[in-house]
Design a protein around this ligand. Structure first.
Ligand code: GLY
Length: 587
């Protein structure tokens, strides 16, 4: 039996305490008012969530959290606030927030009606071909799908956010865009992470004059922490959307600027591609885990399918008894992850183009078959499951935000331009970066993408098709009520990051801030290694190596922004300290 989700939700925290808690203030509380937290710490809690009664927003940038929270305070609902956050992040966090990319929004209303997903993933332009990222001999030309105008899929974010608002919102698109336009036009104070990102990506970004002019100082250096950064062209682009709706992006001046940018550099996106772009309403993947209902993203994302598949496998193991991040827990998670990622490489793709055996992959029966192949004492080599040669490149720049309103409506949204700063190419005159999402297709079946993920025929490039994703916006329900809203960036590690927050809450009884903060692990079948964050003990690593695992210490994985809803409606926000600008705030 799973533990009750509410078991350790730090009810002992003073409810009167303000819900406005950023990572910095959370840490400050721990240092300054340590004794007040003594009991919670003794109970095993290491971090404390923001708490609130009426509404909660968790995003990866404080300014986006604030403007979304204002919408909730003014009587808007979770979708209104989420769309407002989505546009604000496009201004304050250009490395991953975007209008030049795409993503997925999961919406679960407080009335218990069926959750729905808005798929605004980018699409391959009409001129895309199966071999566009190969040379004449059929070898994959890697940079072509990453750092050229061919790398960009037709952006979906503006259409997706507008559709969410149209279907579920109560405010106008103009209102949702207003804070983003203000932040772009009046500027905002640059945090350290902003400067650091631009300095790190300089070599890749400075190749493009419009990118240099848009994101760097006139002398070419990066804006420094504490300075005010303005984006007048982006403000104009956003204003055109406010004035003309989605046509203000997919037609008219902005569409012309995108098409001209493409034409100047041999890129394939045309005015026609932009005019034809449509987001889709999809049914989320559904599964159960120890009495909870799990809703997550369906294809063209692989996220929901494999979260449910891995949970189904793990349900047969006593995860709570193993203990969080014990060798037993990590071993069983790794074995289940390997099996799921091997299936991903073969079966997953855009269901508008290929048949994906979703029911089979997410069935309890199939999980039982897979579970029988797991040896509790010994790692199964990935080569026994399927062969492959992964690449070393990685870049986890996607961003996630979660919102819950006073009616219990929940929104879980993950969107991306793929790499940090996407393709690195700014649309001249429009002030925003283009994605490099075409790299998420199989450039050639069997050849890994940037995340080392192997894709199959199901994910080959086809005109108008959506490339396979790992984004996993997820909402967990109990008895028809939303209880956990979560999701993460992290490339191939999105699935396992989101999975571990679910396990941390359901199996290990953690409060939401602890669940997002504790160290994580990852296995994706190939490379055949368990990747761990700092904080897993050396003797645990030795025990895993004794079972035949290769264990590799990597950098931080994911930036999960989550909200938990207690039995009595109290909201708990958990912002991921791995991204220093993360914040969860409520009222
Ligand atoms: N671009 C990363 C993903 O969609 O999974």
């Amino acid at each position: 039996m799973g533990r009750d989700l509410y078991q350790h939700t730090t009810k002992n925290l003073a409810r009167a305490r303000s819900g406005r808690l950023s990572i910095a203030t959370t840490l400050a509380f721990l240092v300054v008012i340590g004794p007040a937290f003594g009991q919670a710490i003794l109970e095993g809690e290491r971090f404390h969530p923001a708490t609130a009664k009426q509404g909660m927003v968790a995003t990866s940038h404080t300014l986006a959290t604030e403007v979304a929270l204002d919408v909730l305070r003014d009587g808007g609902n979770a979708v209104d606030a989420a769309v407002t956050a989505g546009f604000a992040l496009a201004v304050t966090q250009p490395r991953s927030g975007n209008i030049g990319g795409g993503g997925f929004m999961l919406i679960s209303r407080g009335d218990g009606s069926e959750p729905e997903a808005i798929d605004y993933r980018e699409k391959a332009p009409a001129a895309a071909t199966e071999t566009m990222f190969q040379d004449k001999s059929g070898n994959v030309v890697r940079d072509r799908s990453r750092f050229t105008h061919l790398a960009a899929g037709v952006p979906g974010t503006v259409a997706g956010l507008a559709l969410a608002l149209e279907r579920h919102g109560t405010i106008s698109l103009e209102r949702a865009l207003a804070p983003a336009i203000r932040l772009a036009r009046e500027g905002f104070i640059v945090p350290h992470r902003f400067t650091e990102g631009l300095e790190q990506a300089r070599e890749r970004l400075e190749r493009w004059p419009a990118t240099l002019a848009t994101f760097y100082r006139p002398d070419g250096s990066a804006w420094q922490p504490g300075e005010r950064f303005h984006q007048p062209e982006l403000a104009d682009t956003l204003q055109r959307i406010a004035d003309h709706g989605v046509k203000g992006f997919y037609a008219g001046e902005t569409a012309r600027l995108i098409a001209d940018e493409m034409a100047r550099h041999g890129g394939p996106i045309t005015l026609e591609d932009l005019k034809d772009y449509r987001p889709e309403v999809r049914t989320p993947v559904h599964g159960t885990y120890r009495g909870y209902d799990i809703f997550s993203m369906s294809p063209p994302s692989s996220g929901g399918t494999h979260i449910v598949q891995i949970l189904n496998i793990l349900e047969g193991f006593p995860m709570a008894d193993f203990g969080h991040n014990s060798a037993d827990a990590i071993h069983h998670m790794a074995e289940a992850m390997k099996l799921a990622y091997a299936d991903r490489s073969k079966y997953l793709g855009d269901t508008d183009y290929v048949d994906v055996p979703l029911e089979g992959l997410t069935s309890k029966g199939y999980a039982e078959e897979l579970r029988k192949t797991i040896n509790s004492e010994k790692a199964r080599p990935a080569s026994d499951i399927n062969p492959g040669q992964p690449a070393a490149w990685e870049s986890p720049e996607t961003t996630h935000f979660s919102v819950v309103d006073k009616w219990g409506n929940a929104v879980s949204n993950t969107y991306t331009i793929n790499f940090s700063y996407g393709s690195g190419i700014t649309v001249e005159g429009a002030g925003f970066l283009l994605n490099n999402e075409m790299d998420d297709f199989s450039a050639r079946p069997g050849v890994p993408n940037a995340y080392g993920l192997i894709g199959g025929e199901a994910n080959k490039v086809e005109p108008g098709k959506r490339m396979l994703s790992s984004m996993s916006p997820t909402i967990v329900r109990k008895d028809g009520k939303n209880v956990l809203v979560t999701g993460s960036p992290g490339g191939s590690r999105i699935i396992t990051t989101t999975l571990q927050v679910i396990l941390n809450v359901i199996d290990h009884g953690m409060n939401i801030q602890t669940a997002v903060s504790v160290p994580r692990m990852h296995h994706q079948w190939l490379p055949d290694e368990i990747r761990i964050e700092q904080g897993i003990s050396p003797d645990t690593i030795r025990l895993l190596e004794d079972r035949g695992h290769t264990v590799v210490r990597g950098s931080a994985m994911g930036a999960i922004q989550s909200i938990m809803i207690d039995e009595d409606g109290t909201l708990y926000g958990g912002a991921d300290p791995r991204r220093s600008t993360s914040s969860a705030m409520g009222y």
